[in-house]
Design a protein around this ligand. Sequence first.
Ligand code: SF4
Length: 183
Amino acid sequence: MNDFETFLTANSSALGIHQYGFLETSQLSFSEGVRSLCEMNACGHYNTTWVCPPGVGTYEECRDRIMKYSHVFVFSSKHDLEDSYDFDGMMAGKDRHNEICEAVLKQFRNFYPKDCLILAGEGCSRCAKCTYPDSPCRFPDQAYPSIESYGVEVNRVAATTGINYINGANTVTYFGCICFDKV
Ligand code: SF4
């Protein structure tokens, strides 16, 4: 077990992580079909920010960005809902998940200070109005693309990692990934 894994054993719950695991990036599953789901725009973020398709880059470019790293840290957060129609609860969970991703990344950098790539929840709400598509992203180091925008098949990756893709009735589960090179 390395230092980060030891840290997680003691602190993952306090960080808001529900489950986590490590894979080699070669174990990730990709599909261009995931990007097609983005185009259906169920989340409402398609073509609105630099972290969503098409602004995030092509499917091939995104996959190549991930594959230049050797490993990926995969984690989930679980959020309670009032019922399965609790849209406000889902949105609150997504916001909380993105806060968790920021906190996890901050800790991760203490152990792996080199370049890494974080993929988080849907869209980006860092700016009141995104600059997309008229001028470059204001905070490219703090704008985290969603996992799906990179064509990653989250359900299959969850299974490979041994993480629950869903966690039962009246909950919503979100995923995050940090791609990195093990030293
Ligand atoms: S940081 Fe601002 S400019 Fe960049 S993607 Fe997010 S909302 Fe858009």
